[in-house]
Design a protein around this ligand. Sequence first.
Ligand code: CUA
Length: 160
Amino acid sequence: MEAYEKSFLVASGAVLVAFLLALAYSVFAMGISMPGRMEMIACTADQKLRKVLRVTPPFDNPGVHETAPGKFDVVVIGQTWSFAPDNIELPVGAEVTFRATSSDVIHGFMIVGTNVNMMLVPGEVSSETYKFSRPGEYLLLCHEYCGRLHHTMSGKVVVK
Ligand code: CUA
């Protein structure tokens, strides 16, 4: 075996080990994982999910709720073809936990310029926490095709 053949073997082995270490670091040190079993909304086949949501906390009261100084829960329902609420106002520095679901089909929930990017599955609760350190108007988009007017399904997060 030629010396340079050997060095390529060693290099590719090193890359593999580096990737495995990066993966292990992200899983065990940073706690990043695939979306797992989510919180479910109890709804039987003969019930209308839209009606069940109206009486199921926290979705009986969508909107911005301050839970501690500087900390907020934002409860959002995605439905064809809008978000409720679609205009979310927050102060700069707000640490926000979005708790969202869909009342009909699968929707997306993406806030442009942040790492908030979720799928809204009917009957499941998606949540993600983000700190808005910079003021501005952030676009909220549905990025899962959800029907004829999917492209109109949007909202905004205003941080000031
Ligand atoms: Cu909702 Cu696309």
